[in-house]
Design a protein around this ligand. Structure first.
Ligand code: PMP
Length: 446
């Protein structure tokens, strides 16, 4: 096993590696020679392996990030990413807002900012939450570098090696490397069309209690789940919040997609049902404005937030001032809701095209979710098919998806895949699903 082979270490946390095990022998270490030429990286992994921390043995690479590198070739239709279609953002708006920001605030835009975030952006983020019916005090916001950093900072604050985190199965593939980096023991609870199976959650919590273990937090994406595309029902939301309060367990509600609703009635956030006692909220502008600006935020009970701030000080000092001020100017000068609506309209048509294409090209026995919003459809193929194998063939045919195993830390998901409908146009969705259908058909004939 080499440290470069993430899948060979993908069996999940548990913190079972002893620190000494990764240290390697003296002979493996690079010699502290004075000659810089000798100290330059040689490409010989063995030489460096002895330096790696024990946690690198259980760290799992992000399947999506790895795929991004493979799908950069222009001929590849990538249904793998979770990309907002940034071509929909008018370039002249970007130019105008940036030039007003430069004229009005260039010194602050180019300066460091408080770790907690700039005062200018707080009302904007509170406005975004209010649009989903969640009322907060802007002072409670911790501005982060994307929603990804919320997951990372909460783990940094709460998780010791071997601690239990509960998540949906499947869960956000980008959270899997974070959980594994903190050596968490990830316990995944099945999803159905109404979101996380709360009955199974309760059974799992009872079992863990009998084992004397209490999860550090329950991670959920209740609305238009990534990768499942399903939304947690109101009844389950209420029960989940009750469980958190009864058992005093924190819940991380990760909500990048809530405002991208195409149909159905909006549902209250877990945070608003709980009043912020046990629910930590993670938000981001990545899907409704731009992932390139890397702006997200967290709201957490004050003692937890304070630790997250300290964690963030050590990570990146503060999120980019340039991005925070851009958001403040953008919200002042343009109608952000109008832009979200325009994106939703486009994504709704693309979702419809994807569902029609799946109908046409998927084999008998395949099933898929029908999202009311968000960016993803989760496809489940007959269980003798393996989507990791299929992906290699698919890439050969210039099409990509995220194989289901990336959404689990325990090897499940082998016959599933996540396909995205926001990042490419309707013709590419038709062609992409047709190519995947072709690869599946070939596999069925083998
Ligand atoms: N959480 C979920 C559920 C996501 O889908 C994503 C992005 N795909 C993130 C967090 C990270 O978002 P950001 O780009 O804001 O870091």
């Amino acid at each position: 096993m080499t440290v470069e082979d993430p899948d060979s270490t993908a069996t999940g946390g548990g913190g079972t590696t002893s620190p000494g095990a990764a240290a390697g022998s003296e002979a493996d270490r690079p010699s502290p020679t004075a000659d810089p030429a000798v100290r330059r990286p040689t490409g010989d992994l063995e030489r460096y392996a002895g330096l790696f921390a024990a946690r690198t043995r259980v760290m799992k690479s992000s399947a999506m990030r790895d795929l991004m590198a493979l799908t950069e070739r222009p001929e590849v239709i990538s249904l793998a990413g979770g990309l907002a279609d940034t071509t929909l953002f008018p370039a002249e708006d970007l130019a105008k807002v940036l030039s007003h920001m430069a004229a009005g605030d260039s010194a602050r835009a180019l300066q460091y900012a408080p770790t907690e975030g700039m005062a200018d952006i707080r009302p904007c983020l509170a406005d975004v939450m209010a649009a989903e019916g969640t009322v907060i005090d802007p002072e409670d916001i911790l501005v982060t570098t994307g929603g990804q950093q919320v997951i990372d900072l909460l783990c940094k604050t709460l998780v010791d090696p071997g601690d239990v985190i509960i998540a949906e199965g499947p869960t956000y593939p980008g959270a899997v490397p974070t959980f594994s980096a903190y050596e968490a023991d990830l316990v995944q609870i099945e999803l159905d069309d109404d979101g996380m199976r709360i009955d199974l959650l309760e059974e799992t919590l009872d079992r863990l209690e009998r084992e004397g273990r209490s999860p550090k937090f329950i991670y959920t994406i209740p609305t238009f789940q990534n990768p499942g595309g399903v939304t947690m029902s109101l009844e389950r939301r209420k029960r989940l919040v009750e469980i958190a309060q009864e058992r005093q367990i924190l819940v991380l509600e990760d909500n990048p997609y809530g405002l991208l609703r195409f149909e159905g009635e909006p549902l209250p956030t877990l945070y608003s049902l709980d009043g912020g006692r046990y629910v930590v909220y993670g938000g981001t502008l990545s899907k409704i404005l731009s992932p390139g600006i890397r702006v997200g935020w967290a709201i957490a009970p004050a003692p937890v937030r304070q630790k997250m701030v300290i964690g963030k000080q050590g990570s990146d000092l503060n999120s980019a001032s340039l991005s925070q001020l851009f958001v403040a100017y953008y919200f002042r000068e343009r109608d952000w809701r109008d832009y979200v609506q325009r994106q939703s309209d486009v994504y709704q048509s693309r979702r419809d095209v994807m569902l029609e294409s799946l109908d046409r090209h998927m084999p008998e026995g395949a099933t898929w979710t029908r999202p009311q919003g968000g960016l993803f459809v989760w496809v489940t193929l007959p269980d003798y098919l393996d989507t990791t194998d299929l992906l290699a063939r698919a890439l050969h045919n210039d099409v990509a998806f995220v194989p289901g195993r990336a959404a689990y830390l325990d090897g499940r998901g082998g016959n599933s895949m996540r396909v995205n409908f926001s990042g490419v146009g309707e013709d590419d969705i038709r062609e992409g699903i047709s190519r995947i259908g072709g690869v599946v058909a070939e596999q069925l004939e083998l």
